[in-house]
Design a protein around this ligand. Structure first.
Ligand SMILES: [Zn+2]
Length: 514
């Protein structure tokens, strides 16, 4: 049903197959289709964006188009032959207090209209108080049980069923809810996400919720996030293990004259240009767009907003395939300080990074671009440094080290001169001046060492110098010869090493290659 074909961090490219045999690739963005108004039709999305999955609301269908939906099914009703997911109406509970249908009625209705992916009637926590959150978890679990029970009476089921995790920002409740839902057994999981968190730019809280849910549920099952809001957060939620997400923002923003860019939203009235070359923006000027009657303007802005969302998904998928999702995060984190805050919290979470390390490929066809101290915490760097410590820099009993500048073009003649009569077998030849600390000369071309690009001044960060000290201590070198370099940063490393190693029982000699 779901197969992971490539991964990077906790993000993955997956293949999801429905019960009727339709296949989609994840991560997938599901535009919300209003089944009554069909402001931007599902067919248009299919033809123009290659959208193969959309989401619509089963409760609205049940209330307003029941007979027709039962007669022709949801696909014909919205004129879309791809994968249709139906939300249950839980959102209406949050907005209007109650829905006039039982979980059993909604479940059977979703089956009867032949939806591909069905969400049971849940009770969203939103940003509710702890007491409200406890109640919403309890009611949701009860509804899910009722749904599973009524479904068990059906021999043939047409939909994949989703277990929706509630609990909101109350992480302990969210985890408990996820544990119980996991025990019940669903085809997919979903996380109810409080839209106000995103509107309030509390991205770190949202990321914490996703992480908590992802840690509980099985890795092999897809996770959906409700109401993913803005494309600037797409790479982050994917990196945390979200496979699918829906949003109506493209239309809601358009109705509010807000134009989505990959780094944020702009207000139409404050725009002088259209910074986009999508099929909408390349055919109209900003002034013409502003002057259009409201209905046409909203329609065009909504379409542009959709193009931006779909472009973002393609970019994320390519980044996963290239093993450089984290570089996309580093760039996108700069969209807003609150997003940067959320990103930093991800990168400071050692437990999470450790799990990401397990899912980050050992090799990548693209090199590593390292920018700053946060980049140094990348899973690939942590892994390479740990491997050096575990496999190279230990039990080098009686060995001495010669530290050679990373920038030096090493030839046998130069090594002869560096040794100047010393016996090679007594020495480890190590390169200094890379973000990895010291690299044995024999493995300098092994991935990722020579495939890493970094700014020159990064190598004097404390983290890098401390790595060298740790490697030297772990190896137990007592005598170290450092070959001097002209580069000021490399010279600075030598100064720091001499300073940090003073007082220890280690002899350091600095020599130059004349
Ligand atoms: Zn555009």
């Amino acid at each position: 049903m779901f197969e992971v074909v490539a991964e990077d961090l906790l993000g993955r490219i997956g293949k999801l197959k429905t019960k009727s045999g339709k296949k989609i690739e994840t991560p997938a963005f599901l535009p919300v289709i209003n089944p009554v108004t069909q402001d931007i039709s599902a067919r248009w999305m299919d033809e123009n964006l290659k959208a193969r999955i959309v989401i619509t609301n089963a409760y609205i269908l049940y209330k307003r188009l029941r007979e027709e939906a039962l007669k022709i099914g949801v696909h014909r009703l919205i004129d879309f032959d791809g994968v249709v997911m139906t939300d249950s109406g839980g959102y209406q509970v949050l907005e209007y207090g109650e829905v006039e249908a039982s979980p059993e009625e909604i479940a059977l209705f979703e089956e009867d209209i032949k939806t591909d992916i069905a969400v049971p009637l849940d009770v969203p926590t939103g940003l509710g108080s702890r007491r409200f959150a406890e109640e919403s978890v309890e009611k949701t679990l009860k509804n899910l049980e009722a749904t599973l029970k009524v479904l068990s009476e059906r021999v043939v089921k047409s939909a994949l069923w989703v277990g929706t995790i509630q609990g909101g920002v109350h992480i302990d409740l969210l985890k408990q809810c996820a544990e119980k839902i996991k025990e019940m057994g669903f085809d997919l999981y979903a996380l109810g996400s409080p839209t106000p968190l995103m509107e309030g730019y509390r991205f770190n809280k949202l990321f914490e919720m996703i992480t908590a849910a992802r840690m509980v549920i099985e890795y092999g099952k897809p996770l959906h996030l409700f109401g993913a809001g803005h494309p600037m957060i797409f790479p982050f939620i994917v990196a945390l293990g979200v496979d699918m997400f829906d949003s109506a923002s493209y239309y809601l923003y358009a109705k509010d004259d807000r134009y989505i860019t990959e780094f944020g939203t702009l207000r139409l009235e404050k725009m002088n240009y259209l910074p986009c070359v999508c099929p909408v923006c390349s055919k109209i000027s900003i002034d013409e767009l502003k002057e259009l009657p409201r209905k046409e303007r909203v329609n065009l802005v909504a379409k542009h907003n959709l193009y931006v969302c779909f472009k973002e998904i393609a970019e994320i998928k390519q980044a996963i395939r290239d093993g450089r999702l984290i570089e996309l995060l580093e760039i996108k984190a700069r969209s807003h300080p609150d997003l940067y805050q959320g990103f930093r919290e991800i990168m400071m979470n050692d437990g999470l990074l450790k799990i990401m390390e397990q899912h980050t490929p050992l090799y990548s066809r693209r090199g590593l671009n390292i920018f700053d101290k946060i980049s140094l915490r990348r899973p690939e760097i942590r892994r390479a440094k740990n491997r050096l410590l575990e496999n190279i820099f230990k039990e080098r009993l009686g060995k001495k080290a010669i530290l050679i500048p990373y920038t030096l073009k090493v030839s046998p003649q130069k090594i002869e001169r560096i040794l100047s009569g010393r016996n090679l077998s007594e020495y480890d030849l190590l390169l200094y001046g890379s973000p990895y600390g010291l690299i044995p000369i024999q493995i300098r071309y092994v991935y990722p060492f020579s495939q890493t690009d970094f700014p020159n001044d990064l190598i004097i960060e404390d983290e890098v110098v401390d790595s060298i000290i740790q490697q030297i201590s772990s190896a137990g070198y007592r005598e170290i010869i450092v070959v001097e370099a002209k580069n000021p940063y490399l010279r600075e490393i030598i100064n720091r090493l001499v300073e940090k190693l003073s007082g220890r029982d280690i002899e350091i000699k600095v020599t130059s290659l004349k």
